[in-house]
Write a new protein. Sequence first.
Length: 256
Amino acid sequence: MDMEQIRRVGIAAAFNGGKVLREHFGNLRSVRKKGAIDLVTEADIQSEAAIIDTIARAFPEHAILAEESGPHEGGGGRWIIDPLDGTTNFAHNLPLFCVSIAFAANEEILAGVVLAPLLGELFVAVKDQGAQLNGAPIFVSATPTLADSLLVTGFPYDHATIFDRMMGRFGRCLTAAQGIRRLGSAALDLCYVANGRFDGFWEQHLQPWDTAAGFLVAREAGARTSVFSGAPYAIESDEIVSTNGAIHDELLNLLK
Ligand code: IPD
Ligand code: CA
Ligand code: CA
Ligand code: CA
């Protein structure tokens, strides 16, 4: 596997998706609802098309899993794509959103690219090669305890079935930590754990395209990542806890 080529194509695809998002930002014509509060715009669709086109030109044989068009059959590797993570922010003209692209082989994530086009931030990680923000190495924070931590979480669109437990966890973390934020992009949440802006992140009811790229960026920056039970995170996990490591057990305990 030529990981340098994978990395280059992943970055090129992210920039092509990001260009579409920049063009549509602030002048959306249509916002459709997939669910009561789950939106999709022409920016999501066109960004995804640009990303898939870039990848398919370089690796026509590879499989793809993309949020808006679903699975595309193939072999030799699989690209996992969120063409716009943070659609609700985007639809409200809030520039906190990104393109998230991961590459995996045999269910192992080997590369992750997360681009926030309006913030000018590109996070890249290749397995065993570290993580970078705009080319410079990044590392998780050294915050030793939850009491000193700034945490981030997200609320899934379909929160009805987990509402009480979700709010219970939120309340316990709010009491124990220095602060909690809710940015609206799971991929950025993970990247911001990677470069130490946040000390920990947790969320449930996520999809592979929300977490796959950010997981690797965080892991390569030194993060510890698991599901709520403490078992390892895998691509198909629908929940994630990612921290600087030092506060992981303390946070897991509050999420029980
Ligand atoms: C959403 C964002 C959000 C998270 C939701 C995701 P989308 O993705 O990552 O932060 O709380 O659970 O579905 O729909 O903006 O790609
Ligand atoms: Ca979505
Ligand atoms: Ca998403
Ligand atoms: Ca999306």
